[in-house]
Design a protein around this ligand. Structure first.
Ligand code: HEM
Length: 376
């Protein structure tokens, strides 16, 4: 059965025929059931993401009400991902410059080293779905932490950090329960204190990681240290669910008949296009405007179907996957994310994970935007 709407499509077993039909029949239109504008075809998705009045948050609600007033809300409000406008531009420019300097080979080598540290922990042999879930939610995140220069090289530290990052990420979902939100606020507080403590004891001078350079450049531009800290945590948060989804969807692809292991970085790129972990994102109109030839009102919301745009342009083998967004908020971690997902799958296969068995027993985690398998 086809999904009933684009939100149901996110975790549907095969949403791609539905997305293709939507992109062809209604490239931009209003979904009465959801009360949202929906952009589904590549040109319309690109137009929304490029439009000056399309913002990442509603003007009247910079922080989701469930998080407002907590440590989780405070962190959220400082993220470049969640802000538009001039105030955040200098920090964003510094972050993008530092991220562009990360070599994917070096990141993959770090991931292999950190994987060896995780082996020492109980419950990590990837012969159960639960262990595989732990790996995909841990290894990419702690590799980003390690690249920043944060202390995650002991397996127990790595697990503690990854668990907090995942709890914080989960609290941002519209499906989060009161318990998830409370756990997210605790996690945000914990991560803030951990980051602070870690900077008191910098890593050895020959391998300091990116954070000192980020701090230094930010200080030179008069950027508040709290904003730097929040966005350092933000990088780990951005790496969390989406990278887990990409690694998980790669395992599913391998587990379905007929896919040889082959070149894992190539598989990561293919899965990012064909079964993407981030299926949609949202924009909010800051003013009355004309969008894709249609008049829209200030306060309207647009669901941007990145996954539909991807499957409407299957021929672009070398092109950027739409799952990483486009325009002012495009993901600066796209190459890193694919390298880390491939490194995670490689680590799992080397440790005996069996994709065919995993693909027989999983469900998608409930989500309105991310397609992440949860292995049983
Ligand atoms: C498969 C993994 C990933 C996917 C699919 C993904 C996807 C995305 C998407 C769709 C956006 C834009 C959201 C929007 O415009 O509404 C975004 C933004 C962002 N991503 Fe990623 N991402 C991934 C991994 C990463 C990693 C590993 C990092 C960093 C270590 C990262 C850092 C960021 C940052 C900082 C932003 C905000 C950029 C801005 O607002 O200017 N992402 N990502």
């Amino acid at each position: 059965m086809m999904p009933a709407d684009p939100l149901e499509a996110v975790t549907h077993p095969d949403p791609y025929p539905y997305y293709r039909a939507l992109a062809a029949q209604r490239p931009f239109g209003f979904d009465e059931r959801l009360g949202l504008w929906v952009a589904a075809a590549p040109a319309e998705v690109a137009a929304v993401l490029a439009h000056a009045d399309c913002r990442v948050r509603p003007a009247a609600q910079p922080v989701p009400p469930a998080l407002a007033g907590s440590a989780a809300g405070e962190l959220f409000g400082r993220l470049i991902r969640m802000n538009d406008g001039a105030a955040h531009a200098p920090l964003k420019a510094i972050l993008l410059r530092l991220m562009a300097a990360i070599g994917t080979d070096a990141a993959v080598a770090r991931a292999a080293m950190l994987a060896a540290a995780l082996d020492a922990l109980p419950g990590m042999a990837p012969d159960t779905g639960a262990a595989v879930n732990r790996w995909i939610f841990t290894l990419p995140v702690v590799t980003v932490a390690d690249l920043l220069g944060l202390p995650v090289r002991a397996g127990a530290d790595a697990m503690a950090v990854a668990a907090r990052v995942a709890a914080y990420a989960a609290a941002q979902s519209p499906l989060a329960t009161a318990g998830d939100v409370a756990a997210g606020a605790d996690a945000a507080r914990w991560l803030g204190q951990w980051l602070h403590a870690a900077t008191e004891v910098p890593r050895q001078a020959e391998d300091p990681g990116l954070l000192p350079a980020l701090r230094h450049a930010a200080q030179a531009e008069g950027i508040a240290p709290e904003a730097v800290a929040a966005n350092a945590i933000g990088l780990m948060v951005q790496a969390c669910e989406a990278s887990a989804g990409l690694a998980g969807n790669m395992l599913l692809r391998l587990g379905r008949a007929g896919t040889a292991v082959g070149n894992l970085p190539e598989l990561a790129a293919r899965v990012a296009r064909e079964d993407p972990p981030v299926q949609n994102t949202r924009r909010f109109l800051a003013a009355d405007a004309c969008l894709c030839g249609v008049p829209v009102r200030a306060g309207d919301a647009v669901l941007v179907l990145l996954a539909a745009a991807s499957c409407a342009t299957p021929g672009e083998a070398g092109g950027r996957a739409w799952t990483f967004g486009a325009g002012r908020h495009a993901c600066p971690g796209d190459a890193l994310a694919q390298a880390l997902a491939a490194a995670t799958v490689e680590a799992l296969l080397a440790r005996g994970a069996r994709p065919a068995a995993l693909a027989r027993a999983f469900r998608y985690r409930p989500s309105h935007n991310a397609r992440i398998p949860h292995f049983n």
